[in-house]
Design a protein around this ligand. Structure first.
Ligand code: MF3
Ligand code: CO
Ligand code: CO
Length: 314
């Protein structure tokens, strides 16, 4: 007897309500005025090996506060553009111009030959989505990841925004991913082990039956976009590296409704879930202070897109 064909059912709570994201067309490369200070990789695309300290001098920290605040402001403004019909390229155009208007350089542009000024990751795209001609659709979720280089340092921050009416599983995913970043931040204390961060995030993800992406992790950030410090969002027993006062780094958990395994598109950047289920991400740049991690990617008034979305979905 022929084997009965089993329908490949996707569990109801991970069912994608829209067709898969497809690559669109890229607009021409955007220019940065000659008077804007560029990071070293801007010309060649090669950041080279990391040589920077993991901790910041007082002057560098002051610079990171200013750059982080400007990045937070740009992300808030970019989030206001999110609605059905807007292309991710339009968001790139805005972020590019806003970085220049602030007096900075959009860090992604030509970083390891990345072609655009921001990352826009829709639905099942985990991270590093390249802005293109695809218009946002009602029901999408989109992570916008802004990194600004100014005053000699980078500020790196991202938030997942809702496009129109999203389904219940996506709403829940965004809510718990935002919360997982808060919990990761709360796990930081001076002299604490790096693996306490991933432990807090992974525990929360498990409680909510969400996956944790392992292929992409948080990182040291400062005078370099990505320094040698690695911040996994899952528990790694051996990772007992201590976080010293003045260390600057990101936490940027990517959680998934289904399996967290990633595949890359042919563009060698766009990372998607293999099973096609949705994924969300939130990111802040942080410094280890006396009483724990302080968020650098907030406006002078203490606002950020992460808190804004958390209050909407909470
Ligand atoms: N902003 C991303 C991060 O959080 C890195 C983007 S690299 C790029 O680390 F080249 F894609 F921009
Ligand atoms: Co980052
Ligand atoms: Co980022």
């Amino acid at each position: 007897m022929a084997k009965r064909k089993k329908k490949n059912r996707i569990a109801a709570d991970v069912s994608p309500s829209l067709p898969p994201v497809q690559p669109g067309l890229l607009s021409p490369t955007r220019r940065v005025p000659a008077d804007i200070a560029r990071p070293p990789y801007a010309i060649t695309g090669d950041p080279g090996p990391s040589i920077s300290s993991l901790t910041r001098t007082p002057d560098e920290l002051a610079a990171m506060q200013r750059t982080g605040a400007a990045a937070a402001e740009i992300l808030l403004r970019a989030g206001e553009m999110v609605r059905p019909g807007v292309t991710t390229d339009k968001i790139d155009e805005f972020v590019h111009q806003a970085c220049i208007a602030a007096g900075g350089y959009p860090s992604p542009l030509n970083y390891r030959s990345y072609p655009k000024s921001v990352c826009t990751s829709v639905n099942e795209v985990i991270c590093h989505g390249i802005p293109d001609s695809r218009p946002l659709a009602d029901g999408d979720i989109i992570n916008i990841d802004v990194t600004l280089y100014m005053h000699g340092v980078h500020g790196d921050t991202s938030t997942t925004f809702l496009v129109g009416d999203v389904d219940e599983p996506s709403f829940r995913l965004v809510k718990e991913t935002a919360r997982s970043l808060d919990l990761g931040i709360s796990a930081v204390h001076p002299g604490g082990a790096v693996n306490e961060i991933g432990k807090a995030i992974e525990t929360h993800a498990r409680q909510h039956r969400l996956g944790v992406v392992r292929e992409f992790i948080g990182h040291g950030v400062g005078t370099e976009f990505h320094s040698n410090l690695q911040i996994p969002h899952y528990y790694e027993r051996r990772l007992t590296t201590r976080l010293e006062l003045g260390t600057t780094f990101t936490i940027e958990p990517m959680l998934t409704l289904g399996a967290p395994e990633a595949a890359l598109w042919d563009d060698d950047w766009t990372a998607v879930t293999i099973d096609g289920t949705r994924t969300a991400q939130f990111e802040h740049t942080l410094v280890v202070g006396d009483s724990g991690a302080e968020r650098l990617t907030v406006t002078p008034a203490g606002e950020c897109a992460h808190d804004l979305i958390a209050s909407m979905v909470g």
